[in-house]
Design a protein around this ligand. Structure first.
Ligand code: PBG
Length: 326
């Protein structure tokens, strides 16, 4: 027997040398929820260990992230007032806009600030765009999404990330940002976003579940793979700078495929349902939480992701420090 794969598995030092996937803190993005009010840090029931913060409490959370070595966040806003056209999404004094200003004032430029651009947290009906009858009207929504993105950039966002799945939104956002002097602001597009039950806990967290119907007329059918490439290519053409695939865990084949076909950085979003499943199973003692987190993360990177959005960002940063992953 001249070929013995076990030769390279004999010790930790050797295993690490021949490791094929490296995980780096600089590629982690932590999603954070901000809401109106004061002195609030309330745990999200379906996402133990994750919180909704008010404007006076979230800067401390950012500082803890920085201390752990995570220097990128994605903001989600939970407004008090919702209406038919989601006007708090693009209001100058909207919750995300004020959070951005506050983060800049208190944290400076150490933290890279990304915003989710969508309407579902802001519309009274919970859909990701404006309605005509019971349909989400694509082209009428584009203007509002672009306006939302611009208001985020004006308030201090470093990067915007549209997650609505309307056709043409990357171009609409790129065009408005360019016209207003923000040519250098990158767009990370949720290009390949499936209609997924894995978003369940997020919709509890943000109060953004649709009040009727579902999101299947705009988010993708989870049976489809070719369509993922079509969506990714479209967003490349429209001027996206980073292509995201979401969710992560059940879609790693798509991450791999997008990575091989698209010449842009790829991001994978390990969503709320993935987080909740790990937490729930760990609480019951059915799995070892830490090891599962490491495997899920390494799986996403092995599939080809360059960037990883995860509610476990702080834990992963610690595990990297401890040499348990990386
Ligand atoms: C907004 C948005 C959602 C998520 C990210 N952006 C919810 C949805 O599409 O229903 C989900 C994130 C998560 O589940 O962690 N459209």
């Amino acid at each position: 027997m001249n070929i013995r794969p076990r030769r390279l598995r004999g010790s930790q030092i050797l295993r690490k040398m021949v490791r094929e996937t490296r995980v780096d803190k600089s590629s982690l993005i932590y999603p954070i929820f901000v809401k109106e009010g004061e002195n609030i840090k309330e745990e999200i029931p379906t996402m133990p260990g994750q919180y909704r913060y008010s404007l006076d409490t979230f800067p401390k959370a950012l500082e803890e992230l920085l201390d752990a070595g995570v220097d990128k966040v994605m903001f989600f806003g939970i407004p008090d007032d919702k209406d038919e056209v989601g006007s708090q999404a693009y209001a100058q004094d909207g919750i995300v806009q004020r959070a951005l200003e506050r983060a800049r004032a208190e944290i400076g430029s150490d933290m890279y600030l990304i915003t989710d651009v969508c309407m579902c947290e802001y519309t009274s009906h919970g859909h990701c765009g404006v309605l005509r009858g019971h349909d989400v009207e694509n082209d009428g929504t584009l203007k509002l999404l672009a306006k939302t993105a611009l208001s985020h950039v004006q308030a201090g966002a470093d990067m915007v990330a549209p997650s609505d799945m309307m056709d043409g939104r990357v171009r609409a956002i790129r065009t408005l940002l360019d016209e207003t002097g923000h040519k250098e602001t990158p767009i990370m597009s949720y290009a390949v976003k499936y209609a997924s039950a894995f978003y369940g806990p997020f919709r509890d967290a943000a109060g953004s579940a649709p009040s009727f119907g579902d999101r299947k007329s705009y988010q993708m059918d989870f049976h489809n793979r070719r369509e993922a490439i079509k969506e990714a290519f479209l967003d490349v053409e429209e001027g996206a700078d980073i292509i995201m695939v979401k969710p992560a865990m059940s879609y790693l084949d798509i991450v791999r495929e997008v990575k091989e076909r698209v010449q842009l950085p790829v991001a994978a979003y390990s969503v709320s349902g993935e987080y909740a499943m790990v937490k729930a199973a760990a609480r019951l003692g059915y799995i070892e939480e830490d090891r599962i987190i490491c495997e899920m993360a390494a799986g996403a990177y092995r599939a080809g992701t360059d960037i990883y959005l995860t509610y476990f960002a702080k834990e992963i940063a610690r595990f990297i420090e401890e040499g348990r992953i990386g």
